[in-house]
Design a protein around this ligand. Sequence first.
Ligand SMILES: [Ca+2]
Ligand SMILES: [Ca+2]
Length: 150
Amino acid sequence: MMGTSIVVTVKTPYQITLAGALLLLPTVASAQAPRAAGDERPAAAPRGGMTAQEFIARRERRMLAADTDGDGRVSKTEFLAAAAQGKGRGDPARRFAKLDRNGDGMIDRLEIAAMLAHRFARLDTDGDGSLSAAERSAARMAAKRAAPEA
Ligand SMILES: [Ca+2]
Ligand SMILES: [Ca+2]
């Protein structure tokens, strides 16, 4: 019908991922903390599901495996060394530039979390905040077709 106005708020992926990362970071850090009383949601995802926190914590550990000097950040040298060992596909230098959002030559935990929060949101196709077995298998199929960090 003419005249009907639908307000759609469009956010850029960058805004979404940064907001997602900022929301998720404290949660990841306190993942082992006791739950507040009255919070009756289960601590873990429904059986077979993977929460954003689990997804990010797991992938972040994998990313930080490239941090060979242990400073908590992945330098371009470290990233390219890891890429040379066959981790990821595509042009590693381009992937690094994409991950290094602030262009300081380092991929830090915030940048990793932002990327992973964005990826989680994209993989959680039904938007229930948990990756089901089906969503994870779809993700694995997609990863075979495209560069994992693209
Ligand atoms: Ca950076
Ligand atoms: Ca889901």
